[in-house]
Design a protein around this ligand. Structure first.
Ligand code: F6P
Length: 492
């Protein structure tokens, strides 16, 4: 059954940019969220409401901000919101990325909370909530994405009480002690609990969230039912581990071999790949240090091992991210200078944005992947790499602190802070007998095949449809006020 889906996500799936010659080019962001959400809209149509951040976005949209996408063969509507530069900076770089992002990730970065950022965050959430109410006027279901829009579910519920709304939080939810640092925690939690369903990647994040609301709000938490009843409204709190497309449109190993030649990588060398946004939570510096240790302890790998890191610049207006980019370049230069020979260097660092097609060629070139974030809600690169290994061969070194580690038993699980352990795991991936590599890969591929992005979407939409059906049955009846809570329990 198809229906009108309305997605709110900060990042647009297609940005139009002017190039140097004055032509419009289309850019796809390096975003796991976009990879995860778009197949739903492409399959059933609907509207994606996002910030219009491309330099040519206005020139390529209708007056109401709408444009049909994908540009080459439209399947759904992208509705762009226009937010002033200063307000956007305070909402996105400020409250969302200097406040909530470090708050929710265990990566030892101190969150910064400023009242003017909070004001901008509220105001941008209002703007998006108004658009969402317009888009769901005639029915449909609202899927709010991520920590940029914690307040939208409540704002929508206040205007359209019967709307069916979910909020999916793509990053971890911290322990309640940590959540308590947030100066506006009551307002943020109240905003989130306007949703009918709140989704996280893992059960642990759900439990952390339930502890948090129980501690800071007057509400009733039911851990058996995984729900919260607050001000007469019931919200389900569920784990929906996000995933990737299956089958995955991988590049051929022959394409990979061509890329290897283009990069001047010796034919027999073992190549590991890393694909990340250049974010301090991704553990890039720690990873490079582990590779340095690996080479130091295993001189036989000189000339026989290459690590290729794709790092897409991200959030570059924030100092911490500028600093990381500088530190990363410096560290890679140092390691390369230490070990390189006339015809070989151990680390190839490419810092730019890569299209999905380009990334697929890198996966096809790699013998193994290293995915070692310090903390990550899920990490779709881990799943993408496994899905891309359609010849059943390849090894994955994976951080224990990525949500994906809960599902990918065939990976070599490591503590990303432990350089020695990571180096050992890479060595194991390099030396792993073919039979073991295949068995581990088969196990991981089976997991993704049975839990693809389509399963993720179907599970979440299934829960929302149940709520909508029950609400349609009960909402029109004017039940006595005393039965308010019971009605919500039945309806929700
Ligand atoms: O990991 C959280 C997340 O919001 C993803 O959902 C998204 O793909 C990524 O960060 C991108 O971040 P940004 O839009 O700030 O570049």
């Amino acid at each position: 059954m198809t229906e009108h889906l309305v997605v709110i996500a900060n990042r647009e799936p297609y940005a139009h940019e002017w190039d140097d010659s004055g032509n419009v080019v289309v850019q796809r962001p390096a975003s796991g969220l976009v990879t995860g959400i778009e197949p739903m809209l492409r399959a059933g149509g609907g509207t994606w409401i996002a910030y219009g951040g491309g330099s040519a976005d206005r020139a390529t949209s209708a007056r109401n901000g709408c444009v049909a996408v994908p540009p080459e063969a439209p399947e759904y509507t992208l509705r762009r919101m226009w937010i002033g530069e200063d307000e956007y900076e305070r909402y996105y770089s400020g409250f969302a990325n200097e406040g909530l992002w470090p708050l929710c990730h265990m990566a030892h970065a101190q969150p910064a909370f400023r009242a003017r950022d909070w004001d901008a965050y509220r105001s941008v959430n209002e703007t998006f909530a108004r658009a969402a109410v317009e888009e769901t006027r005639t029915g449909g279901m609202l899927l709010v994405q991520d920590y940029h829009f914690a307040l939208v579910p409540r704002m929508v519920r206040n205007r359209a009480p019967h709307a069916v709304t979910s909020l999916f939080w793509h990053i971890p939810w911290p322990h309640s002690d940590v959540a308590g640092i947030l100066p506006w925690k009551e307002a943020v939690l109240d905003g989130m609990l306007g949703a009918d369903v709140i989704g996280f990647h893992t059960r642990q994040y759900c439990l952390n969230f339930l502890d948090t609301v129980e501690r800071y709000l007057e509400c009733r938490v039911d851990r058996d039912a995984m729900s919260v009843t607050y001000n007469g409204h019931r919200t389900l709190v569920r784990a929906y581990p996000i995933s990737v497309e299956w089958p995955y449109p991988s590049a051929s190993r022959a394409d990979g071999a061509t890329l290897r030649r283009e990069l001047n990588i010796p034919k027999q060398a073992h190549v590991s790949i890393g694909v990340d946004r250049a974010d301090y939570t991704k553990g890039l510096l720690e990873r490079m240090e582990a590779i340095e240790l690996l080479l130091e302890e295993n001189p036989s790998l000189i000339g026989r091992y290459v690590f290729v890191q794709l790092a897409s610049p991200t959030r570059m207006r924030i100092r911490r991210y500028q600093q990381l980019a500088d530190d990363l370049r410096e560290l890679v230069e140092r390691v390369n200078a230490r070990f390189a020979t006339a015809s070989w260097k151990p680390i190839v660092l490419q810092m730019r944005t890569f299209s999905a097609d380009e990334v697929r060629r890198y996966y096809a070139m790699a013998d193994s992947a290293i995915v070692t974030p310090l903390h990550d809600g899920m990490n779709l690169v881990a799943k993408e790499y496994v899905a891309a290994c359609d010849d059943g061969d390849g090894a994955l070194v994976l951080s224990a602190f990525a949500g994906a580690a809960k599902e990918l038993d065939g990976a070599l699980i490591v503590n990303p802070y432990d350089a020695e352990q990571v180096a050992q795991a890479i060595l194991r991936a390099i030396r792993m007998p073919l039979l073991e590599r295949r068995a581990r890969m088969q196990d991981m591929r089976a997991q993704i095949a049975s839990h693809s992005i389509h399963h993720w979407a179907a599970k979440m939409l299934g829960d929302l449809r149940d709520i909508r059906q029950r609400r349609a049955r009960f909402w029109p009846q004017r039940l006595p006020v005393v039965a308010q809570e019971a009605r919500e329990v039945v309806a929700g």
